[in-house]
Design a protein around this ligand. Structure first.
Ligand SMILES: CC(=O)SCCNC(=O)CCNC(=O)[C@H](O)C(C)(C)COP(=O)(O)OP(=O)(O)OC[C@H]1O[C@@H](n2cnc3c(N)ncnc32)[C@H](O)[C@@H]1OP(=O)(O)O
Ligand SMILES: CC(C)C(=O)C(=O)O
Ligand SMILES: [Mg+2]
Length: 566
């Protein structure tokens, strides 16, 4: 057989767990797990440039502000930066009363002694002891049988106990990880966890965390969940154990595995902000927590200013948060496509502030995590009228009539197609101004006087500039608008009639401005909109007619599109 053509022969399927009465598929989330951030250790050890002490301190502050109560702050026996950082936060009183520091150490005597020294004087600390247990590591790295690997772990626990007695001022917790658990036979993982727990609990009585890592994610999340449920059911000291999980993202399903692992019985999760960590990363605690939030369960973590958190984490890790990253990515509360924009706009309009969140395409309210409504809808050549009118409404207070939305969106689409780029709100506003508000040839309005006739009709005298010449017009009608159109028609032979008219006020500081929209027909063929804006509502409406007349006399992009029935 040709290996090149069938490379998959190098791999075999991950064996399923024999657990026919598995319970996790019927479970639902009811509360948040205990969280432990490992950003400063697992995240840090995976960086091209591990954090210096300033960056560590900045990230530590972020984690405290997010509300983490357990923070793995480093690997003090391996790194002087980590050791010194831990001493600084303890010596300078930077560990809040309700926060426990956690440190990682291999089950090796010299590492353990130094690890304890780094934590001296702390109030409550978690010593996280690990050794590799997987079939492959036992065979290839350690060349030891099961019994010797268990002994290696137990030697570590005895050394932990020696050190614990030297530092009685601290409330110690032992966390034990059978590192590479995901590749360890379940019966062996159980034996080693029970052996460690037995020694610790019989000497110390309480405070044990058993952490089951998918050090490398080797299977689909349902199999990981089976592994966790099997361990949870079989651990000898389950009632005295905090069962923790620590998933990595090699198959891209670390979040799913952690969610199913929690349903399968885990009490606690270790991970990092935005999923930094070895290779494809650790499980992303932001996603995990906000997924709970979107189900109506408080995660007990504060991500209400996700943008500030992202910027800090990017600075500390020297790594960008991906624009499509759940919840935090720049583009995830943005819609470019027309039908999405339309539905989001309608969702926002009908959303009541105190009712259940029901905005299509947005799983949570962006405002809950400090994201900006203005950034939700963005415009490119895929966009439709919904998004464009949302931007004009939310940023500039314009409420375009539906016909004008259609007319102007065609114009914006032409611009986006021509420039092949996203259009900002400013670009759209500028296009609107140029097209409707600033059009001044051939006509511009200087001034006008209106008078009421005895029969209630209106007479108007207006001064216009027409092709550089000052011209007076006179008109009569049942109101100023009709009188002005009459004057335009009789003086310039325009043949204009008003099809539709609407107006509204916009709030611009202390002065309200009126915006008037007219849909104007010329003869029986041409029909388009004009827009006028002025503090005086009558003048705004006359300006709107002038805007329409100017557009009718030129060959504006919108006008052409309208003509072609687009
Ligand atoms: C899944 C995880 O994230 S686990 C955490 C991993 N994190 C890190 O490794 C970051 C910090 N690590 C380090 O700075 C270094 O690896 C140190 C300081 C811990 C150890 O460095 P070194 O002593 O040079 O060993 P190194 O890590 O290169 O190699 C591992 C050696 O230790 C051995 N070893 C690993 N665990 C143990 C153990 N519990 N007891 C005894 N020997 C061990 C290995 O068999 C190997 O031995 P060999 O050199 O005879 O082949
Ligand atoms: C040290 C352990 C828990 C670890 O980081 C892993 O297995 O991924
Ligand atoms: Mg890890």
């Amino acid at each position: 057989m040709n290996m090149y053509k069938k490379p998959q022969v190098k791999y075999r399927q991950f064996p399923p767990v024999n657990l026919p009465d598995r319970q996790w598929p019927n479970k639902v989330f009811t509360n948040a797990p205990a969280w432990c951030s490992v950003d400063l250790r697992d995240g840090n050890q995976a960086l091209i440039n591990p954090m210096d002490s300033d960056r560590k301190m900045q990230l530590y502050d972020v984690l405290i502000r997010c509300g983490f109560k357990e923070i793995e702050v480093g690997f003090p026996s391996a790194s002087k930066i980590d050791y010194d950082f831990i001493r600084t936060v303890i010596d300078e009183g930077l560990v809040p009363e309700d926060v426990s520091l956690q440190v990682l150490t291999p089950a090796r005597n010299e590492h353990l002694d130094k690890t304890f020294q780094s934590l001296r004087g702390s109030k409550r600390s978690i010593v996280h002891l690990y050794n590799s247990t997987s079939t492959v590591q036992r065979k290839i790295v350690f060349k030891k049988d099961r019994k010797s690997i268990i002994q290696l772990a137990l030697d570590g626990v005895y050394r932990v106990l020696d050190n614990v007695s030297k530092y009685p001022e601290t409330d110690w917790v032992l966390e034990y990880s059978p590192e590479s658990f995901s590749g360890t036979e379940l019966d062996f993982a159980l034996d080693i966890c029970d052996a460690v727990s037995d020694v610790w609990l019989s000497e110390f009585g309480s405070n044990i965390i058993v952490n089951l890592p998918a050090t490398v994610e080797l299977s689909s999340p349902n199999i990981f969940a089976d592994q966790i449920e099997w361990m949870s059911r079989n651990l000898a000291f389950r009632d005295k154990t905090c069962l923790s999980i620590h998933t990595h993202n090699d198959r891209g399903t670390a979040v799913a595995a952690a969610e199913l692992g929690l349903l399968a019985g885990a009490d606690r999760v270790e991970g990092t902000l935005f999923g930094n960590g070895e290779r494809t990363g650790n499980v992303d605690l932001v996603t995990l927590a906000l997924n709970l939030y979107s189900q109506g369960i408080s995660p007990n973590l504060d991500f209400s200013d996700i943008e500030a958190i992202s910027r800090s984490v990017e600075h500390c890790n020297q790594m960008q948060v991906h624009p499509r990253h759940p919840y935090a990515g720049e583009l995830v509360f943005t819609a470019f496509s027309g039908s999405h924009q339309d539905a989001i706009k309608k969702g926002f309009t009908s959303q009541q502030s105190d009712s259940l969140w029901e905005v299509p395409y947005l799983p949570i309210d962006p405002a809950d995590i400090g994201r900006n409504y203005e950034k939700i809808i963005r415009v490119n050549s895929q966009s439709g009228k919904g998004g464009i009118s949302y931007i004009l409404r939310s940023e500039y207070g314009l409420q375009l009539p539906r016909g004008l939305e259609i007319e102007f969106s065609a114009h914006v689409q032409d611009i986006a197609d021509t420039y092949k780029t996203e259009l900002t709100a400013d670009n759209i506003w500028e296009a609107f101004n140029t097209e409707y508000l600033e059009a001044s040839t051939p006509f511009s309005l200087f001034g006008y006087m209106e008078r009421q006739n005895a029969d209630g009709s209106c007479r108007i005298e207006a001064t216009l500039q027409h092709n550089g010449q000052e011209v007076m017009i006179y008109g009569e009608g049942n109101g100023p608008l009709a009188a002005f159109v009459h004057g335009m028609n009789s003086t310039f032979g325009q043949n204009l009639s008003i099809v539709d008219y609407s107006e509204h006020a916009t709030d611009s500081g202390s002065e309200a401005t009126a915006i008037a929209y007219v849909e104007v027909k010329q003869g029986n063929e041409k029909q388009l909109f004009g827009v006028g804006s002025h503090s005086n509502i009558t003048k705004a409406s006359l300006l709107a007619v002038v805007s329409a007349a100017n557009r009718l006399s030129g060959a504006s992009a919108c006008y052409l599109r309208h003509e072609q029935g687009g």
